[in-house]
Write a protein that binds this ligand. Structure first.
Ligand SMILES: Nc1nc2c(ncn2[C@@H]2O[C@H](COP(=O)(O)OP(=O)(O)OP(=O)(O)O)[C@@H](O)[C@H]2O)c(=O)[nH]1
Ligand SMILES: C[S@@+](CC[C@H](N)C(=O)[O-])C[C@H]1O[C@@H](n2cnc3c(N)ncnc32)[C@H](O)[C@@H]1O
Ligand code: SF4
Ligand code: SF4
Length: 339
């Protein structure tokens, strides 16, 4: 496939496409889909507005011509979208594409083998505590934490790795779980990554007081198990990597609030209904679904995506952390845009 790399106004190439397969989820994490906003009356996308697998494959193929090398299937909860294994197999047919997934892990133990057989390269599982009560409070689900832990084990056993575990840390809710999580996965093949709680979307009632800073997180872990910094594995890596001095493995810390990484951001997001967003904090997307369903050929879709990227100037997290004002407007929810 011939690629014609595009660069945005800040010289950043397009390398990653995060694809939301559904806006639905079987959890109601308080920082992402609070139940009072995402209750029984919430209007989720009707199925005819979801991109079909053929349409997802088409957008991915076109995005690859502009530089994309990796897709991450996400949501909402990607394992709720039926037949995801067949989509993975199709995407893995695209030359040289890496296919990863982020999941809450509730359905993973039963699906890991099929996902690996379909060709999924890697999986990241979100898990905010190993303490059953704290886990329930963060995720607002009846799924027991043991089922997520079984999912992580199954993924590691099936070779869907290196498996990563993502932990959103919220002051006063699960910060006391940080050390236990780190210790649960020390001396294993699983890398835990702690994420600063972000002001994404507009329903989670974010306030800066709820952020536990990346340096506080590493200090907590290093006090029990000394750490040393590791170099980034690739340009634009969102996590700062550390290894245990005693050889216990590695952890990551994602300081999206205190140490923004917009300068190297190569990510575009495709929502389940086919809108492309050039930033996690975007207020509007570009509608590829309507374009494709109106009969546009590949050249038109390619040009639309190219124009979106070449005009891109996003750096929300940098602006929020700097002296100026971050862009205003009603931001798209993370469960919709694809986390
Ligand atoms: N502000 C901001 N946060 C991001 C962005 N991408 C990821 N994050 C945050 O980082 C977390 C981890 O993202 P992942 O997709 O697991 O990380 P990744 O580093 O892209 O994945 P790898 O392919 O494993 O390196 C997300 O859940 C977000 O909270 C981004 O573009 N902007
Ligand atoms: C939106 S979820 C979608 C995939 C899947 N449902 C899961 O939880 O892994 C993707 C990631 O976004 C993270 N996330 C959601 N809201 C966040 C917030 N406000 N700040 C930081 N990370 C957040 C979650 O912890 C999760 O790791
Ligand atoms: S973080 Fe993932 S599991 Fe939790 S509510 Fe959001 S989409 Fe669902
Ligand atoms: S805030 Fe926007 S530009 Fe900055 S890293 Fe996140 S997605 Fe990229």
């Amino acid at each position: 496939m011939t690629t014609h790399d595009v660069r945005d106004t800040r010289g950043r190439p397009l390398r990653d496409l995060r694809i939301s397969l559904t806006d639905r989820c079987n959890f109601r994490c308080v920082y992402c889909m609070p139940r009072d906003e995402f209750g029984p009356d919430h209007a989720f996308l009707p199925s005819d507005r979801l991109l079909t697998f053929d349409e997802i494959e088409r957008v991915t193929r076109i995005a690859m011509q502009l530089g994309v090398r990796k897709v991450r299937l996400t949501g909402g909860e990607p394992l709720l979208r039926s037949g995801v294994e067949s989509l993975i197999a199709t995407l893995k047919g695209l030359d040289g594409l890496e296919v990863a997934m982020t999941t809450n892990g509730a359905l993973l133990a039963a699906r890991a083998e099929g996902l690996a057989r379909a060709g999924l390269d890697r999986v990241t599982v979100s898990l905010d505590s190993t303490d059953p009560e704290v886990f329930r409070r963060m995720s607002d689900t009846r799924v027991p934490v043991g089922r997520v832990l079984d999912g992580i084990d199954a993924a590691a056993d099936t070779g869907l790795g290196p498996v990563k575990v993502n932990v959103v840390v919220r002051a006063g809710v699960n910060e006391s779980s940080v050390l236990a999580l780190a210790e649960r996965f020390r001396h294993s093949s699983v890398t835990v990554r702690f994420i600063e709680y972000m002001d994404v979307g507009s329903t989670n009632g974010w306030d800066g007081e709820q952020v536990v800073r990346a340096d506080q997180i590493t200090a907590t872990i290093a006090a029990a198990h000394p750490l040393e910094v590791l170099p980034p594995r690739y340009e634009g890596e969102v996590a700062r990597r550390y290894q245990y001095v005693d050889g216990g493995g590695e952890i990551g810390v994602i300081g999206s609030v205190t140490t923004p990484f917009c300068g190297d951001c190569t990510r575009a997001r495709l929502s389940a209904d086919g809108q492309v967003y050039s930033c996690l904090f975007a207020t509007a997307g570009t509608d590829l679904r309507t374009l494709m369903r109106s009969g546009a050929d590949d050249d038109v879709v390619t040009e639309t995506l190219r124009r979106l990227w070449t005009r891109r100037d996003d750096r929300y997290s940098e602006l929020r952390s700097g002296p100026g004002e971050a862009p205003a407007g009603k931001r798209v929810e993370m469960s919709f845009i694809g986390g």
